[in-house]
Design a protein around this ligand. Sequence first.
Ligand code: CA
Length: 222
Amino acid sequence: MKILVVEDETQLADALSEILKRHRYAVDTVYNGIDGLDNALTDIYDCIVLDIMLPGMNGIEILRNIRNEKISTPVILLTARSEIEDKINGLDCGADDYLTKPFVTGELLARIRALTRRKGEIVDDSKLSYCGLILNKDSCSMTYNENDVKLSLKEYQIMEMLMTNPKRILPKERIIEKIWGFESDVEYNNIEVYISFLRKKLSAIGTDIKIKTARGIGYSIE
Ligand code: CA
């Protein structure tokens, strides 16, 4: 899962990003409205945490813009106590939820989980399942018929992308954008290495689930 944090209070933004990463989300953090809009328009995020008062362009304008572009990424607005009007305005403009600052990070995490819960067959907040294969968030591992195998963080993130989009081909560029970010110089063969690790691990726990290669395009799980 990839999250965009748009917040100009750099300490808060960086703290949020750290906490989200610790909970195994991939995170991009930007500190002004213009970058916020640019990133949001790429439509690669599973959730956007959006401050309202921002330099460059405010959160409500960003929201209006992305909804105009038919981007339906769940958005959680961060509001100050004095911004009640903005909050109502934000919900009218298509925000999915809001949090009033200061907030407890546990609450933000719970709301992100609630908003991103729609895809795939989710057993509970910390598990994702597909045809008997279970991906465990807390232990960063996969389980099939009592067989368990540990995953590295990148393997986990790739597996999560595949399992939330079963039978759909995920282009390699999309995997790179989501997991390594735009600025990264990860090469396509790096992904192939991770995929080959995952294939070995899938067969090690005895599942029939395969990661198929769509030549020149990407991967799908079947
Ligand atoms: Ca602000």
